[in-house]
Design a protein around this ligand. Structure first.
Ligand code: NI
Length: 177
């Protein structure tokens, strides 16, 4: 049984502290590989679609993303296979943005509408340290931007032009869906 990691919530300094890049040696280290496995297990256990290392109190530039088919938190979004990205950098982003709903495991029970680049290209390293390039649009592009923001100490609330759409999950389901 994989041990689950504790998820830091907004207010814990880990969420605002940012993260440092991983060296090739650090990425290959057994402790980092175990961290990646534990982040995946923690994301799945929480029905998340992504998690960033600072959310589990590790200030390193590492994210994992996966959208399971019929994820209970995002049942209407298309499935995305598991991806692990170390040192992700946005190498291109569309000028066009689109608004969409976001939630966050570190900001539980809330949803808000956030403008994000509609499409982007990300470069980084996979868990074996090989160069990785991802072109994403729609929900995946949104998740990537959300998770990279965590590496810079930002949460989606910071990206909302105003808080008028910020809703508790229950009210969101009743009034916004
Ligand atoms: Ni988040």
């Amino acid at each position: 049984m994989m041990e689950l990691l504790k998820i830091a919530r907004l207010g814990h300094p880990a969420i605002r502290g940012g993260a440092a890049p991983l060296s090739a040696e650090e990425l290959a280290a057994p402790a980092t590989q175990q961290l990646i496995d534990a982040m995946i297990a923690t994301m799945r256990d929480a029905d998340g679609v992504g998690i960033a290392a600072p959310q589990v109190h590790v200030p390193r530039r590492l994210i994992v993303i996966e959208v399971a088919a019929s994820n209970p938190r995002y049942p209407d979004e298309p499935a995305v296979p598991l991806m692990v990205v170390a040192n992700p950098e946005i190498s291109w982003a569309s000028a066009q943005t689109e608004d969409g709903w976001e939630g966050c495991l570190s900001v539980p029970d809330l949803r808000g509408r956030v403008p994000r680049h509609a499409a982007l290209e990300v470069r980084g390293l996979d868990r074996q340290g090989r160069p990785l390039q991802i072109r994403a649009q729609g929900f995946l592009a949104r998740i990537v931007q959300h998770e990279i923001d965590h590496l810079d100490g930002k949460v989606y609330l910071d990206r909302m032009p105003d808080l008028a759409t910020l809703s508790f999950l229950r009210e969101w389901q009743r009034h916004w869906l």
